[in-house]
Design a protein around this ligand. Structure first.
Ligand SMILES: O[C@H]1[C@H](O)[C@@H](O)[C@H](O)[C@@H](O)[C@H]1O
Length: 628
């Protein structure tokens, strides 16, 4: 053994001893306690050892493994993003009713919600690798079915198959990456999965833009292209190993040691192996061994708290409106004066690109500032930017242009649309749109007209019913009103993405992959992913109704208040998990929920009071001193 390797092992071993002393748990009269408080010297030594460890070891194999896994994230982003552009072509070519459009969009999300829950069981039974293989298989078959579908029924089947793959992948990939990564890289590598999600969404918007010029079968290419990354991931995973933690849990210890050596390069793996093994041995004193995992999780306080935090994070991610904002961004851009449809499609790529670039910032920040600060800062920014958006919509509503032309023909004058006096109520009614002529910045001859049932791009009758009639600076505004406050809305949109994407976008996935003990990890992630998809579908299905009843600014103020609630929830309940070994994290949830909010500066001394045989030790900044 080289001297460097020997020294390294020694440092790791001393670190391991310290860690063992710090975190070893004993059952003391039924109460779980930690023994032996560390001195500041031991904390410093541990930190130094960690630093040394990080400098010495960055095995390349882990990056390859993370990249192949994160293709699941790419497919997640691609398949959820591509449908909006494909739908524009599909509804014309297959003459889809609104119900069929709705079904084709939401079927994937609904299937993902259910299969994420099923994914928890599959993960426990067959392991992470088999689940990822299964997910890429579903993505491949789904993509082939979609691109060759002869009609809408087969399309629906394809969307459901893709949804099943999505649900399994979204909960398995973060867990697999987290379990294979060394602690100092874990946050970054799991966050790369969300980077791939947003990369998939960006690619989908580019593909939508490119194929929107094809009058026939453009949607087949859009939906079918996902087969390429899916096949690549499937082939890659034939060669990639199973998660060492799952192998140890299944008693396949020799294989687990081999995999650990493979993914840790030439490091000594004894310490990591022992700590995984120890944590499994402690399972009996933790969740116990009786009953279904979800029951054991709910009846054991640390996992119950972790589950609450994990599901809460996903709920707040969705109720702060990310998917509404992304979906609605094209309209926001149109409000800002982009009237050309094709240009609006290309500019919508800018939204997905911004989301992607700011997620990249999250990858950079996660190990520097830690999960807690990043998530708190992000949700606060999200809350404020949603208020900017809401104020923008409020100003636009208050200065809504009037309807100046009313039809004289009695049959037309009796339609609901003709009764509106202002653009605002006219555009909030999904059956109507605003047709107007613009002269410089002045609006002339404006009317509220029923929308064409087959396509929202035109009115049912009148000047705006046909592109060839819409000469002379005449425009059709569906879903929005022309306004001079569009800059405020646009500013809100950019601020929103800048605040949301680095933290609230990726952190719910990253944090969930690390907060559950091994026995509860698959189930915990399955439930949290199920919550994500359920709120995703709830928020997108209710948005238009919300806007109709409370107006746009009402809807955005509501999302903003949700984000504020989320801030208090995270402030009170989310502990810092940065740089900790997965096996240590359970201890962070042993305190009452609201004292979990240890700050980053508490790293290395997260548990403030430690019971040692009846006496309480309090860890001060400088040392551990007996306070009893
Ligand atoms: O973390 C992701 C990401 O932020 C995506 O942009 C969003 O569409 C998903 O719903 C979310 O789960």
């Amino acid at each position: 053994m080289s001297r460097k390797q020997g020294d390294h092992d020694y440092t790791l071993r001393s670190m391991s001893n310290l860690m063992g002393e710090r975190w070893r748990k004993v059952t003391d009269g039924g109460e779980r306690s930690l023994i032996k408080a560390p001195s500041s010297a031991s904390i410093n030594l541990e930190r130094a050892a960690r630093k040394q460890f990080q400098q010495d070891v960055t095995p390349g194999f882990v990056y390859v493994l993370a990249a192949f896994s994160a293709m699941g994230g790419f497919l997640f982003g691609y398949d959820t993003g591509v449908i909006s552009g494909a739908m524009l072509l599909l509804k014309k070519e297959l003459e889809l009713s609104a119900l069929w459009q709705e079904m084709l969009i939401s079927s994937t999300v609904a299937a993902a919600a259910l299969s994420a829950l099923l994914g928890g069981v599959l993960n426990g039974l067959f392991g992470r690798r088999v689940c990822i293989l299964l997910a890429s298989f579903f993505f491949t078959v789904g993509g082939i079915v979609l691109s060759t579908a002869p009609g809408k029924e087969v399309l629906l089947a394809g969307r459901l198959i893709v949804g099943v793959g999505l649900g399994i992948a979204c909960m398995t990939v973060p867990v697999y990456i987290a379990e294979a990564s060394p602690p100092h890289l874990r946050g970054q590598l799991v966050t790369v999965n969300t980077l791939f999600i947003t990369g998939g969404q960006f690619t989908a918007s580019l593909v939508d833009g490119a194929f929107s010029y094809l009058q026939h079968d453009g949607w087949r290419y859009m939906l079918g292209l996902s087969v390429l990354p899916a096949v690549l991931q499937f082939i890659g995973f034939l060669f990639l190993p199973e998660s060492p933690r799952w192998l140890i849990q299944r008693g396949l210890t020799q294989k687990a040691r081999r995999v650990l050596s493979q993914i840790r390069g030439n490091q000594n793996i004894d310490e990591e192996y022992d700590s995984i093994k120890n944590s499994l041995d402690e399972e009996d004193s933790g969740g116990g061994n009786n009953g279904p995992v979800i029951w054991r999780m709910l009846t054991y306080p640390p996992t119950r708290r972790a589950l609450l935090v994990g599901c809460g994070l996903h709920m707040f991610q969705q109720v702060s409106g990310i998917n509404t904002i992304m979906y609605y961004s094209a309209t926001i851009l149109q409000m800002s004066g982009v009237r050309d449809d094709k240009l609006a499609i290309w500019l919508a790529c800018l939204t997905t690109l911004t989301n992607f670039l700011f997620t990249l910032l999250g990858v950079w920040l996660v190990e520097r500032v830690g999960r807690r600060k990043l998530t708190l800062g992000s949700i606060l920014g999200t809350c404020l930017s949603l208020s900017v958006l809401a104020v923008g919509f409020l100003m636009s509503a208050q200065h809504s242009p009037p309807v100046t032309l009313h039809p004289t023909n009695p049959s037309l004058a009796n339609s609901t649309c003709s009764k509106y006096q202002l653009c605002e109520p006219c555009m909030l009614d999904p059956k109507c749109g605003f047709c107007y002529r613009e002269n410089g910045s002045a609006l002339l001859a404006s009317s509220c007209v029923p929308v064409n049932k087959a396509s929202t791009e035109h009115a049912a009758w009148g000047r705006c019913s046909n592109s060839s009639l819409m000469k002379d600076q005449t425009y059709w505004a569906y879903n929005y009103c022309p306004t001079s406050y569009s800059w405020l809305v646009l500013l809100g949109l950019v601020l929103y993405l800048a605040a949301f994407a680095p933290g609230m976008g990726p952190m719910p996935w990253t944090i969930n992959s690390e907060i559950y003990p091994l026995w509860a990890r698959s189930t915990g992630n399955a439930c949290a992913a199920g919550v994500n998809w359920t709120f995703n579908i709830l928020v997108s299905l209710t948005f238009l109704h919300l806007a109709q009843y409370f107006t746009y600014y009402g809807a955005f103020f509501l999302y903003s208040s949700m984000a504020l609630l989320g801030f208090f929830f995270i402030y009170g309940c989310l502990p810092e998990t940065k740089a900790r070994r997965l096996e240590e994290i359970e201890a962070l949830f042993e305190n009452q929920l609201c004292s979990c909010g240890a700050s980053d500066s508490d790293e290395g001394r997260q548990v403030e009071y430690i019971r040692v045989k009846g006496s309480n030790y309090h860890l001060s900044d400088n040392d551990a001193s007996d306070v009893d």
